[in-house]
Every structure is written in C-alpha cells, then in structure tokens.
Design a protein around this ligand. Sequence first.
Ligand code: FAD
Ligand code: NAD
Length: 484
Amino acid sequence: MVIGEMTQEVDLVIVGAGPGGYPAALRAAELGIKCVLVDTSPAPGGVCLHVGCIPSKALLHASEVIESAAASSNFGIKFAAPEIDINKLRSWKQSVTDKLTQGITGMLKSSGVELVHGRAIFEDSRNLRIEYGGDKQPNRIKFKNAILATGSSQTRLPGLACASPLLLDSTSALQLEDVPGKLLVVGGGYIGLELGTVYSSLGSAVTVVEMTDGLLPGVDRDLVRPLITHLQQKFKSILLNTRVTAIVERASGLAVTFTCNGETTTSLFDKVLIAVGRSPNSSNIGLENTQVAVDQQRFVTIDQQCRTTDRHIFAIGDVSGQPMLAHRATRQGIVAAEVIAGLPSAFDNRAIPAVVFTQPEIAWCGITEGVAKAAEITVASARFPWSASPRALTLGEPSGLTKVIFNPDTTALLGVGITGPRAGELIAEAVLAIEMGATLEDLIVTIHPHPTLSETVMEAATAALRRLERQRKSQKACSAQIDS
Ligand code: FAD
Ligand code: NAD
C-alpha cells in the first residue's frame, strides 16, 4: 500500500453526479443505503446543470422574450430594438445554475450522501481508484455495488484538424463570450437548432449546415415543418445534404469548405459551432478491468433493471444508450437505486418524452410515425391544426400542430407529437396517458380547461375517433351492400 493512501469501503459508489447520478444517490440514501458520489467536478449537477439543459434553456428564454417583443408589432404593440447587456445576461444564466447547484449540494448533504471530488477508474469489479485533479494522490473505494453515470461528451467532427479558439462546442458557446457577426452551426440537431436560435436572437447571422436531407432527422416531418418555416426567416441560411470538409483559420475568421452533391464551396465565418452529436464516456475509466460490456458505439449494455453484464455494476444515463436525455437518466438512477435496495423496480416506461426547445418547440413521446413505418407496425394518426385553436389564436401562434398516433383497432394511444409554444409542457399529459394505457376516448372524455393549448390534445383525439367512426360506418355499409 502506498503511504498516505486511503481505502474506503462502501455499500454503493456512484460515479458521476449528473441528473442520473445524484437522484440515484438521493434515492439510495432514502432507502437506507450508505453511498458515496464521485465526480471530477466539485459541483454536482453534471452536463445538464452546468453546460447543458439549464444554461441553454435560460438563454433560450432570453431569445423567446426578444422574439415575442418583435412579434407583438403584429397586434399593434411596437418595442424599440433590444439593447443586450451580454455580461448581465451571462451572469443571470450563471446565477440560475449556481442556485440549483446549491440546492442539490444541500439535499445531498442533508441526506448523508458523501461527495468525493475526483476521477474514478475501475481497477476491478469491486474496486475504484480515485485520481484527484490537483495532486493526483491516488485513493481507493471498495464497493459492494457501483452505478456508472459518467454521461457523454461532444463528438468531434471527423477529420477536423483545426484547433482554433474560434471553433466552439456547446460548452464554449454557452459561455457567451461574444456575439459573432457570422456564425456557422455544423449539425441541424437539438444543440445546433437551440443554440443557433439563441445566437440568432442576440444578433448573429446564423448558417446551419446539416449532412442529411432535413433538420432534426428522426423526428416526424410534419412536426418539423412549422419550425423550418420559422427558421428560414430567422437564420441566414440552412444548407442540407451538405458536409463540412475543411476548416482553416485565417486572419479574418474561419474559412469553411462545404461539399454538396460533389460541388465544393468555401465561405468565411467569425465563429463555427460544432454540434454533431455526443458519445458515451465509457473509455479510459477501466471498464476493461471489469465484466462490463459495451456495444459498437461504446454505450454500456444494460438490462431493464440497469444492470450491466458485471453483477456488481449498474449503468444509467447517457453512458447507457439513447435517448441521451436528462429525464431518462433520472428515472434510470431511481430504478438502479431501488434494484440495489432489493425492490422490484424496472425501467419499463412506455414513453420517454423528447423536447426541442426552439421557437416553436417540438415535443413528442411514444411511437413516432417514422418508427412505426420502419418497424412495419400498423398505426393511424390524426392532426389538429393550431389555426383552429382559440388559445393559439389569442397568442398569435396559429402555425402549431398536435398529432395523435394510435392503434386503429383498439384506439389505444401510442404516440403524440406537438409543435408550438410550450409543446414541452403540453407533452406531459400525453406521456401520462400512454403510461396509463389511455385510449382516444379517455382523452376525449377528460375535461380540458378552456381556452388552453391543452385542448388541442383532446381535439386531435376527437378528430381521430370521428374519422375511425366514419370509416367503420362506410365499411359496414359496404359489407351490407355485399350481403344484400
Ligand atoms: P452527465 O450529466 O453527463 O453527468 C456525468 C457526470 O459524470 C459529469 O458531472 C462528469 O464530470 C462525471 N464523470 C465523468 N467521468 C467521470 C469519472 N471517471 N469519474 C468521476 N466523475 C466522472 N437533455 C434534456 O433532457 N433536456 C435538455 O434540455 C437538454 N439540453 C441539453 C443541452 C446541451 C447543450 C447539452 C450538451 C445536453 C443537453 N441535454 C438535455 C442532455 C443532458 O444534458 C444529458 O442527457 C444528461 O446530462 C445526462 O445525464 P447523465 O447523468 O447521464 O450524465
Ligand atoms: P443530434 O444527434 O441531436 O444532432 C446532430 C446533427 O448533426 C444530426 O442532425 C446529424 O445528422 C448532424 N451531423 C452529424 N455529422 C455531421 C457532419 N459531419 N456535418 C453536418 N451535420 C452532421 O446531436 P446534438 O445536437 O449534438 O445533441 C447531442 C444530444 O444531446 C442530443 O441527441 C440529445 O440527446 C441531447 N440534447 C438534448 C436537448 C434537449 O432535450 N432539448 C438539447 C440539446 C442536446
């Protein structure tokens, strides 16, 4: 044993204090399990709190205020152009994160969870080595069970050699150092569109380049269409089916080479934000010293109880697969803690909501029409356009859409998609409905407050059921004709 080395023996160690790890620790503590929570950062909260969900949503709120003020000229209220104090905006965003960090630290402390600041590396299936950022003094934790909650990191653009400070990732973009005149966003997914929205509202001319043939690939196209219409006006340009093949730093900015259908062009930008996905943090943490298996994309393989292939080690959150969303990590953290405590818990959720916090927002849960088609699952769908929603009209937001996807034989609700302001709040009703096995009739007989956007869920269900009834009637009429 090295002099000064300390080995701590614990029932449960959780590696990573993000929205997966810290709720797991709190639940474990509630259930009487003594646990230690290790993170490379002294402040709990992970990517979500410090460089992800929370700072981005704070800035998106600022962006929404700017957009709403501009749009109010449509109904006769005109504001002067906004004066943006970027230093104040940055400190406000930071104050939100700081408040939440304080809250989590307090909760962990009062629950008796010990926070260890350091980098954890598995030495085998029962022992962790902790490297401290500062003096690298090794320390060891011997555990009965471990939960791996190390999250994910930004994927690099393949073949990109440039290492300029003008190249941003989501973390540096959220630092809001300045507002570049011309910003290129590489990747038309969640981060590209959310942060592109923020910078565009603050005054950048934003170009988005996406390698596939549409923004937000994987999301049903009817839901994305109203957002595209909006972004076509907001952004300088959107380049689809286009790849970035080179980025070179020049005195005047970054020269970016694009390739589309074999044609190559080069344009100059003040800054470039790379947002082409995230990869699991499963390397360089000693998993090879355990029985933990990873898949081809290096996601840790888990079962419904969040057990890995090593019986002492569980995994939750981004490191354990898609969708890489904070609320999935949290639910999995609670399941893992409960399974370790001997409770019959499982991550058997039917619907994981997803929300893109753009203007308009897009939210969906359960099955999508795209997935149903690819898997050859028979579904039917019906839409309710927000142009017919009294509340949407009073908000000046007629371009939204609510869609229900259901089993045409049983009318069981299988999926819901919503595009429009506050879609992220509205989707919660649909998640509950799917979890409870609700049918279209259940949504229709539930009284929704008037006038609210929530009525659009009931209206979409009503449209679906009326159409089914018409189809059934005409089928009956046909078979009656054939019989006679
Ligand atoms: P993380 O939050 O990544 O936490 C992992 C923790 O583990 C980190 O604190 C890290 O320091 C620590 N760690 C890693 N390796 C070690 C080690 N070896 N030893 C000790 N500690 C270690 N999701 C949403 O649901 N809604 C959103 O609005 C949203 N917005 C986002 C915006 C941005 C810009 C980004 C980047 C992501 C966003 N996400 C959002 C995704 C969300 O942040 C992640 O899904 C979520 O943080 C994953 O939680 P996690 O607990 O698995 O890991
Ligand atoms: P993403 O997977 O959402 O989008 C990446 C996009 O980049 C895709 O459209 C992809 O086709 C495109 N792309 C990939 N390589 C490219 C290339 N070489 N050139 C041009 N385009 C390319 O990934 P993201 O936006 O980086 O976000 C990562 C993850 O973080 C998300 O998948 C999500 O799980 C999470 N996240 C969630 C939220 C939210 O819940 N609101 C917000 C931000 C991030």
